[in-house]
Design a protein around this ligand. Structure first.
Ligand code: AMP
Length: 597
């Protein structure tokens, strides 16, 4: 097919907003094509060279494209730049300039396949001299292009094709071009896309056979599946009702969704919720997953969250987002911001697709499949059948560092629905609208060795409140934020006189720091909220048997309370009061929402 036909359809697509017309235009374009040519025309029309998840990029900067347009049109580069600034679109400028330029008549019109091959070569050029190669290829293409073609070629290389065809419109067009256009076939086409994330593959399969041929498209390790998504509800009562009175509740971890593809041999590959490959950002997870998964090939999903490996406490999400997109110092961040992957689903186990099983069966497969390691755990789950139990699990989730709960349907039809948002999964978050108003004066009772940038000194400290009745110091948090380098450097001197080989007799904590200190130094901290904790001992048992109070996301304010002795620090009783007050400030929960029945 001539590229001119494609360009002509692009021009008409651009001129319309009506989805139905877009579908007809696209269907008309695709219908005569098959095989490689179909695939290539489809990717080009999406502004891509390969399915999005492969992340193939052209690597053509604006300046480079400008130079190519200048060379192809015989204009000065500066003049091209000025014209493009005026039009706001180098593609349009290329169209104009090439329209005016006196050029030799193109002897060989462009085919879709030529354009595709040239674009692949442009994308592949890397290293020394590659910029020049890219320019030359582009100039050659533009030399053979009509002004209209040039407009779309330039936009394509700049990633601004903007013909506005969304994936859903392409699926409609495929249904019209290669199937009977019915709702039923549309569903099957979409299902194949959701499993493969590859419109080119779906199109070629469909064009080469019929709708039934789509059944051949299954899971493939290394090719991400479009993720199943959750609906939300505002009360736990409503959640349970939707689920038919019985549901699996899981901690809703606040981190990054990760789909892990574990082959029998070779590297594990990780994909984000948007199907970008993120393996390189979490290099420690691959090998650990390879050890954790008993029977590859497997595809599993989980949430990746920062954790404190000393206390097992979940850390704020911002920490893990700092690791995204990082290209340098990966080893250092890995140490500084350790993460843990909490697995919650399985799509392929031992090479067998299990996404069609109901959720209880999938969870059972997941439990068989995974041998937990330091950084790979299973999501904490509990089956509940009444609101009381659900509330209790919610409290525990928050205490464990979750942002709420994920409820999962246990009905027979609770298969993994790739790419779909529905009430099979319901998220319920408890958002605190107000942070803790007051600061807390905590006594340092322990120190933890720093990691990464902080290696060789203390990186964090165990803090305690005072209980006058028991005359003991009870831990409530581990704080590492808020200390600048200077503050960390002087902490050992400030703490020296209280150093202790043994755990001090008047200190209570479920956590063992690297170094103990007798209560002496008082620090002022602030935090996001107080929660129940299985490892801290502040006001132990006052709210729930076996649970102490803990401060989440603590931060040193920079104030050393040298004016205070350890027994002048915040007391366990004061902390309990703060906890109770804070609960009343929470955004509507199941108990308080006036809309709840
Ligand atoms: P949201 O991003 O608020 O729409 O919530 C859905 C997201 O919660 C999912 O895409 C996951 O990234 C995340 N999540 C956290 N914990 C779980 C869990 N136990 N099961 C499923 N998704 C979870």
């Amino acid at each position: 097919m001539r590229f001119a036909e494609l360009a002509d359809v692009y021009a008409r697509l651009e001129a319309t907003k009506a989805r139905l017309e877009m579908r007809h235009l696209l269907a008309g374009l695709l219908r005569p094509l098959k095989g490689r040519e179909l695939e290539e025309a489809l990717y080009l029309s999406q502004g891509l060279l390969r399915p999005e998840y492969e992340g193939v990029e052209l690597g053509v900067a604006d300046s480079l494209a400008r130079r190519a347009v200048a060379l192809a049109s015989g204009e000065e580069e500066a003049a091209v730049g000025r014209a493009a600034r005026l039009s706001g679109d180098l593609g349009r400028t290329a169209e104009e300039l090439l329209g005016r330029a006196r050029r030799l008549a193109a002897d060989e019109p462009l085919d879709v396949r030529d354009v595709y091959a040239a674009m692949r070569a442009i994308a592949a050029a890397a290293g020394e001299g590659s910029q020049e190669q890219k320019v030359q290829r582009l100039v050659t293409l533009l030399g053979r292009a009509s002004p209209l073609e040039a407009k779309y070629l330039v936009r394509f290389v700049l990633g601004t094709l903007r013909v506005g065809v969304r994936e859903m419109t392409i699926l409609d067009a495929l249904n019209e071009a290669f199937a009977d256009g019915s709702k039923e076939s549309r569903l099957r086409i979409e299902a194949a896309f959701n499993l493969s994330s590859d419109l080119g593959l779906v199109a070629v399969t469909l064009a080469g056979g019929d709708v039934a041929a789509l059944a051949k498209i299954g899971l493939e390790v290394g090719r991400p599946v479009r993720p199943m998504l959750a609906e939300r509800e505002t009360t736990l009562e409503a959640v349970l009702e939707r689920m038919g009175g019985r549901a699996a509740l899981e901690i809703k971890y606040d981190g990054l969704r990760v789909q892990a593809h574990v082959p029998r041999d070779g590297p594990v590959r990780l994909f984000s919720r948007r199907l970008e490959e993120i393996s390189a950002q979490f290099p420690e997870l691959g090998p650990e997953l390879a050890r954790a998964i008993r029977s590859p090939p497997a595809i599993v999903e989980g949430e990746c969250v920062p954790v404190d490996l000393d206390t097992d406490e979940i850390q704020p999400f911002q920490d893990v987002s700092r690791r995204r997109g990082r290209k340098h110092d990966l080893a250092k961040v890995q140490e500084e911001i350790p993460v843990r992957l909490f697995l919650f689903d399985v799509l392929l186990a031992d090479g067998v697709p299990v996404y069609g099983l109901d959720f209880a069966a999938r969870r059972a497969r997941l439990e068989q499949l995974v041998r937990p390691t330091e950084r790979v755990h299973l999501a904490t789950q509990r089956i509940v059948e009444d609101v009381e139990a659900a509330k209790e699990f919610l409290d525990e989730s928050i205490a464990a560092g979750g942002e709420g709960v994920m409820a999962k349907s246990l009905k027979p039809e609770s298969a993994y629905r790739a790419g779909a948002r529905g009430y099979w999964w319901i998220k319920y978050k408890r958002d605190y609208t107000v942070g803790l108003a007051d600061s807390i004066d905590g006594v340092v009772v322990g120190g933890f060795h720093g990691r990464g940038r902080r290696a060789g000194r203390f990186g964090a400290f165990l803090l305690a409140v005072y209980d006058p009745a028991k005359d003991r110091f009870e831990s409530f948090t581990k704080v590492g934020s808020g200390f600048d380098d200077a503050a960390l450097a002087e902490m050992p001197h400030r703490l020296e006189r209280w150093a202790s080989e043994e755990p001090p007799a008047n200190v209570a904590s479920g956590i063992t720091p690297d170094r103990w200190f007798r209560p002496g130094l008082v620090l002022e901290v602030r935090g996001a909220e107080l929660t129940l904790s299985p490892v801290h001992r502040a006001a132990l048992g006052a709210v729930r048997a076996g649970a102490g109070l803990a401060l989440r996301f603590p931060r040193f304010t920079g104030r050393y309370r040298t004016d205070k002795g350890p027994t002048d620090a915040t007391t366990a009783h004061e902390l309990l009061e703060m906890y109770r007050k804070q609960v009343r400030q929470a955004a509507p929960t199941a108990d308080e929402d006036p809309g709840a029945s």
